[in-house]
Design a protein around this ligand. Structure first.
Ligand SMILES: [Zn+2]
Length: 206
């Protein structure tokens, strides 16, 4: 069997070859991106392990004051909101330009308003969500999550036709392309076998 050509796995589109740095969204939308990326699935890294981590992060991003105090349940809530945001970015990446009827439900408060009037963690999270919902539609469309289900890192797609799919970690694009490539190979091998069953194996020309 000839060696598997791996060269074609590396031919990325313009969009895929953007560096991670270039894939940072413009302000203020990057706040949403950075929040989603406080968890890096790909390397199984969580920035928000403890309530103090969340407090520090919110202060660093300027969405909470110095005096903010964060409880365990605040932390769980923040992580829920974050994963809802990731899911929203994922859903809008599935071909629908502007998914209709998607909204955040604030079960905890029985209201779905996204107005940062609350104090503390709710207010800080509200500011992040307000950025998401107030984003310029074109910019919002460009904020995506990586197509690798094991990754889902949020990135900003600066390609001309918004065709970017991967977070820009070379591994992600290559892992997924490798998978598609192996699938195509398997399909081709199966088709060849079918052909042989019907017509017999190819004979040497002579
Ligand atoms: Zn990725």
């Amino acid at each position: 069997m000839p060696p598997i050509a791996t060269d074609n796995l590396l031919t990325d589109t313009d969009a895929d070859s953007q560096s991670l740095e270039l894939k940072i969204a413009p302000a203020p939308l990057r706040l949403v991106q950075f929040f989603v990326n406080t968890r890096a699935n790909y390397i199984d890294h969580e920035d928000l392990e403890e309530p103090e981590d969340l407090a520090r992060w919110l202060k660093d991003q300027g969405v909470a004051g110095k005096g903010i105090s964060v409880t365990e349940s605040d932390l769980r809530w923040a992580v829920e909101v974050r994963e809802a945001l990731r899911a929203l970015l994922m859903a809008k990446g599935l071909g629908e330009e502007d998914p209709v009827g998607m909204t955040f439900r604030f079960d905890q408060h029985g209201s779905s308003a996204v107005v940062p009037v609350a104090e503390g963690v709710d207010g800080a999270l509200g500011r992040i969500l307000a950025v998401a919902f107030g984003a310029d539609p074109e910019m919002w469309r460009r904020l995506k999550v990586c197509a690798n289900p094991e990754c889902r890192w949020a990135f900003y797609d600066r390609s001309k036709n918004r065709s970017g799919t991967w977070c820009a970690m070379a591994e992600c694009g290559n892992v997924m392309k490798g998978r598609a490539y192996r699938k195509r190979r398997r399909a081709a091998a199966a088709a060849r076998e079918d052909l042989w069953k019907t017509h017999g194996p190819p004979r040497a020309l002579g």
